[in-house]
Structure formats: C-alpha cells, structure tokens
Design a protein around this ligand. Structure first.
Ligand code: BGC
Length: 347
C-alpha cells in the first residue's frame, strides 16, 4: 500500500483527538510508521527480494486501532507496563488504588493509559519523530503529573532507537515499554518456527494471575532456556507448569547485565524471510509474550490475528516491582529524570 494512501487513512480527527501517522525512512528502504494515538508503531516495512515485508501486526487504518485497544498493538505502554498486584501501590506511607482491569490486577496502567491517548508531535523528519504526553496527577490512580516523551529514530544501520524520558511532580512509579507484535515472516504463517535467542539465565515464574512469585528461577532444563538459539515453538506446548499458567510464554526474563547500560537482550530470525531482529536495552528485564490471547482480529492484508500470530519482546522493569522490594526499583522521585532506551535492529 502506498504511503500517501496510508497517511490519509490515519490523518483524521476521531473523538476530538487529532490523529496522525508519520513514516520514518532510511536509505536502505526501511519505513517505520509511527502513529501519535498511543505513540505506536503501526508499520515496520523491510524491503526484500523486490517486495516489502511488514514485520509488525497492526492495521492499515486508524478506525481499527480504536476498536482493538485491549491488544495494545505496537503501543507505548505506560505509565506502568505490565501488572501491579491488586492495583495497590504504597509510596511514602501512602497507599494508592490504581485502576483494575485484568484478573483483579492493574495491567498496563488500566483501561486508560498511554496506549489510547493522542500524543503531541514535538518534531518529525525522515529520521526521527518525538512525541509528548502529559499524564495528569491521579490518572489511573498514579500520583504526580508525569511528563513523558518518546523519540523514535531510524538509523542508517537499520536500527530503530526508542528513547523514553519522563519526570513527575510527585514521587511516583514508572515502567515504559513498546508492545509491538513481531512476525518476521510478515504473513499468516505464525511465529513458531522463528529462531530465538534470549540473553537470560533466569526467568520470573508467575502465579495464576500473571504476577511474579518473586523468585528468579534458572532457565536451565526448562522451556525458558533460550541461551542457545532454538525455535520459539519448540517447547511452547510443553507441560511445564509455567507454560500451562501462561498459555505459552508470558513471562519476564532477567537479562544478563551489570548495570543499566545498553546491552543485547534477544534476537529472532524469521524462518521464511531470514529477516533478523536484535533487541538491545538499558532495562533489566524483557517480557516474552507469544500473543497467547490474540482474539481473531482481521489485520493488514486480511490476516487473522490469533494466538501465536506475533510475539512481543517487551523490554521493561519486572511486573509488580512496586510491591516486590527484591526487584530493581521503579520509583521516580519528584523532579528526577527517568531515562530508558531500547533498540530494534534489523539485518
Ligand atoms: C501481557 C499479557 C497481556 C497482553 C495484552 C502483555 O504484555 O504480558 O498478559 O495479555 O500484554 O496484550
């Protein structure tokens, strides 16, 4: 589909929100569509053998994104990605009740979050786009007015860098991620034969509502061992209790790193296209989610998105960190600057 037509399909005012999609382009023919509704990646188009492969799930018009909020296609998730148990947050001896939307817990900040607001476009060029959202004090129950910017930059080395910045007027918690569903085959053949590697010796087992138990469990001799490249689907039907609870993979991995530097997190290679995605991040963890709950939406090219149609590599702090003192802290003190970087590199 040509970019002019796509931009027309997105540049609309809906529910009083002014929506736009902007395409980043590099000299190698990569095009990345970024929509300000949810600061989301709508398209990630890779030229290959005289055709174009779009490696993210999504839609070719804005209306469909409004219908499909709950799957978080390509969005920036915030203020707090992933789950907070019972939506309970205690800071400076004060307890805050957060929005509840998933099995009694707060998932991805509740029904209203960064994923379904219109971000302001601060600047846009072929190389980069920067978006800004000011989340009011008390939104979804979180304390502090949080000013957040997300900058997407497409480099000549085929890397898409995502820089997140945030600051708050009160002490609060922050955890931001991108929720793109990748399918490096770009078609309806699914993801189970993708070759995947994850730089983690430990993963975080969860309880029946997706909250980490607090333990760092060794991946060794479990379906969670991706230290040596293997097919994503190899053990996805395994009877391991954690695979059963997650209905596949829906778990955080503790990435191997010393501090908060930008380090390799994971890679995947499409078996049909040979397109390789490498992920680097400053975050301590990465949630591998194999689209276990996708519910049959009709996406780009008429492809039906069902379980295992796409996978997410969600770089982030661990779920429920505010209630788990052993986990790296997600506290953002009033006036301090939150910074985080994730890179999706294609080869
Ligand atoms: C979570 C899943 C959830 C999904 C919603 C993922 O980040 O880990 O449990 O169903 O988001 O799209």
């Amino acid at each position: 589909m040509d970019l002019n037509q796509l931009e027309k399909n997105f540049n609309k005012t809906i529910n009083n929100l002014s929506i736009k999609t902007h395409f980043l382009k590099n000299a190698n023919g990569i095009k990345v569509g970024i929509c300000n509704y949810g600061a989301r990646i709508t398209h990630f188009i890779i030229p290959q053998n005289n055709k174009e492969v779009d490696i993210v799930l999504g839609f070719n018009n804005i209306e469909d994104y409004f219908k499909e909020d709950e799957y978080y296609y390509g969005v920036t998730v915030g203020r707090f990605a992933n789950r907070i148990a019972k939506g309970k947050l205690t800071l400076n001896d004060e307890t805050f009740q957060l929005a509840i939307n998933n099995g009694g817990n707060c998932l991805h900040s509740g029904k209203t979050g960064f994923h379904n607001v219109a971000w302001e476009i601060i600047s846009a060029s072929d190389e980069s786009i920067e978006l800004k959202y000011i989340s009011p004090d008390g939104e979804s129950g979180f304390p502090g007015e949080l000013t957040c910017t997300v900058k997407f930059s497409l480099g000549v080395n085929n890397d898409l860098k995502i820089h997140y910045n945030a600051n708050s007027t009160k002490d609060t918690v922050v955890n931001l991620t991108n929720h793109s569903y990748f399918n490096l085959n770009g078609d309806d053949c699914g993801i189970l034969n993708h070759q995947v590697r994850i730089n983690a010796k430990y993963y975080l087992p969860i309880n029946s509502s997706g909250i980490p138990t607090g333990e760092y469990a060794e991946v060794s001799k479990t379906p969670f061992d991706f230290r040596v490249t293997k097919k994503l689907g190899l053990e996805i039907e395994n009877q391991h209790p954690q695979i059963i609870i997650g209905k596949g993979y829906d778990h955080s991995f503790k990435l191997e790193k010393e501090a908060n530097e930008l380090t390799f997190a994971a890679s995947a290679r499409g078996d049909l296209t040979n397109i390789k995605l490498e992920v680097f991040t400053t975050e301590p963890g990465m949630q591998l989610y194999t689209g276990n709950y996708l519910g049959g939406d009709k996406g780009k090219n008429g492809i039906i998105y069902k379980e295992r149609s796409g996978f997410c590599f969600e770089t982030q702090h661990y779920p429920n960190s505010p209630n788990q003192p052993k986990f790296p802290s997600t506290l953002l003190k009033a006036g301090d600057l939150f910074k985080s970087t994730t890179v999706f590199k294609i080869s």
